[in-house]
Design a protein around this ligand. Structure first.
Ligand SMILES: [Zn+2]
Length: 373
């Protein structure tokens, strides 16, 4: 039987400057629960404490805030779970960067509670998804956790995103950059998306709109964040990084770019770099591997340069590119179960190793850095 098409998304998405003021009202409107357990990153606690108090107060909700320890590891998920259980939480709110939200979703899933994601940065497309990335204590990629449901509510306060460092916004653009190219590969290969269905035409179209929005608003929105200002470019770009990329990757599917990311996490030096920065280089590798047109590769490299995304190994902290290192990344990229196998042709480690070398060379040439290394 032909696979069924499946599309999934959060039940409700709210975005705008000062959106945190509506958090309590939104939770009430959706009847998610009276006892709100907030898992928060440091910066969220600092900037949003006053806003939470008035927003939850106005909606007559009880709330408790726990500070996130910094990494979404299995140990941290267990710690937050026991705290939430002890407090008899009825709804879990994750507020902060991608890892806080990953942990909040895992906790809510294990406790079978509704979950609200309030990203304070637009650094990845995880907030809308029903999936978390778990890392090992040493920062290496551990596994994906898949949940039954997408978040009940995703609420993005654009004012918080504008306050965050520009590099985080760029990282989100790197993650979003992969969405269209991976969705296209999955469609061409007639493979399945991240929720086990065939991609709907709407998911593929959203992925395309995601890429177009990056090209249109990427550089200007980075400039807005560098001025700590919300403008229309930034609003559209936040939507691309968060909603379009989130729906696009999950319902459109992943391919080589994200597997290259997973391969790169086996290299210690890359741990200082964000998910989306590694994914951006993965996009270049994927396009080289797919033998895409020169125009397309140039367009992608131009975009990466315009928003400070890496195009070479050295821009990812890898200065000594030994053959054994390339092989290690390539082997991990094509490990069983990796989305690298969602391409319309068979992908093996030798091909990936060659594409890694070529992508790095292309990046160096583009940046005028010569061919050494
Ligand atoms: Zn991603």
């Amino acid at each position: 039987m032909k696979s069924l098409s499946v599309f999934c998304s959060p039940a409700r998405y709210v975005q705008g400057e000062g959106a945190t003021a509506s958090l309590g009202a939104e939770i009430s409107r959706l009847s998610l629960g009276q006892r709100v357990f907030v898992l928060a990153g440091k910066s969220a606690m600092k900037h949003l404490a006053v806003s939470w108090d008035s927003s939850f107060g106005q909606a007559s909700l009880d709330y408790e805030v726990l500070e996130f320890a910094g990494e979404c590891t299995r140990a941290e998920i267990e710690r937050v779970k026991s705290a939430a259980r002890l407090w008899q939480a009825e709804v879990i709110v994750g507020t902060g960067g991608g890892k806080v939200l990953d942990a909040a979703r895992a906790v809510a899933c294990d406790l079978d509670l509704p979950v609200v994601n309030c990203p304070t940065v637009a650094s990845s497309d995880a907030p809308c998804s029903a999936l978390s990335v778990v890392y090992k204590e040493n920062g290496e990629f551990d596994s994906y956790l898949f949940y039954k449901r997408n978040p009940d509510l995703v609420l993005v306060d654009s004012a918080m995103v504008a306050k965050a460092p520009g590099r985080l916004l760029s990282a989100g653009m790197g993650d979003a950059l992969a969405t269209w190219f991976e969705a296209r590969a999955v469609r061409e290969a007639s493979k399945l998306n991240q929720v086990g269905g065939a991609p709907t035409i709407s998911a593929t179209a959203l992925a395309k709109l995601c890429y177009e929005t990056l090209l249109e608003d990427g550089a200007a929105s980075l400039a807005a964040v560098n001025r700590s200002e919300v403008d229309d470019h930034l609003e559209r770009l936040i939507e691309a990084n968060t909603l379009l990329s989130g729906l696009g990757f999950e319902s459109g599917g992943l391919a080589v770019a994200h597997s290259v990311h997973n391969g790169l996490t086996t290299v210690e030096e890359t741990h200082a770099f964000y998910h989306g920065e590694k994914v951006a280089f993965g996009v270049l590798v994927q396009l080289v591997l797919e033998n895409r047109s020169e125009d397309e590769i140039q367009e992608v490299m131009k975009f990466c340069l315009s928003v400070n995304l890496p195009l070479t190994f050295s821009q990812l902290g890898i200065d000594r590119v030994e053959p054994a290192l390339i092989d290690r990344i390539a082997e991990r990229t094509v490990a069983p179960g990796e989305t690298a196998h969602n391409e319309p042709f068979v992908v093996n480690a030798e091909m990936v190793a060659e594409a890694l070398r070529q992508a790095d060379r292309r990046g160096r040439d583009f940046l005028g850095l010569g061919r050494s290394g």
